[in-house]
Ligand binder design. Sequence first.
Ligand code: B16
Ligand code: MG
Length: 215
Amino acid sequence: MIKGFLFDLDGVIVDTAVFHFQAWRRIAQKLGGDFTEVQNEQLKGVSRVDSLKTIMKWTGATISDEEFQALMELKNEWYLELVIQLSAKDGLPGAVDFLHQAKAQGIGIALGSASKNAPLILDKMNLLPLFDAIIDGNNVVNGKPHPEVFLKGAEALGLAPAECIVFEDSIAGVQAAKSGGMTCVGIGTPDILGGADLYFNALGETSPEELLRAL
Ligand code: B16
Ligand code: MG
């Protein structure tokens, strides 16, 4: 029986995925390269350090460890310039209502995000009080597709993985959920996001009640 929901943040609750894409493209261009929206799917849900490693491969540029660190900081500065504009109205379609409905039904709610900026984003959107637990890039050793972030989320809710649904928009995140033993709802389409148990384009297309009936 499902008793907990584990939410990814970027691309599920709020569209900061587009901010990550813009900031990383500026970094790639600074290195003399570029990448496409299709390639960007490989960066979704992936930690900052692993994202830059992938971009380095795509551009073929070689830099020192110090320059690598500086680029990670610069990307985050550019990303935060966009994040700072977020407010309560910026949730993805239906996401905030879905969270409130789940809370009202007594479902445990945890965040399972790779982002080190997750608490700031939730705060800007006034969503912190809805979460029983927050597991993010600051609390894990292994990034997605490793299941650590979701296993810790389930544990923080006092639940077994099989009692939880993960909501994910990234290939790495769906892999993390499935290898962790959770049911996974993909936010996106099966052609891009294979491996999930069910798909919706946004949380607004379903409700906690409907999902619990269906699963
Ligand atoms: P930060 P999620 C992930 O968040 C993003 O999808 C990914 O693009 C980003 O690189 C990662 O967080 C790290 O974010 O640089 O803010 O620490 O989708 O797992 O909520
Ligand atoms: Mg995501």
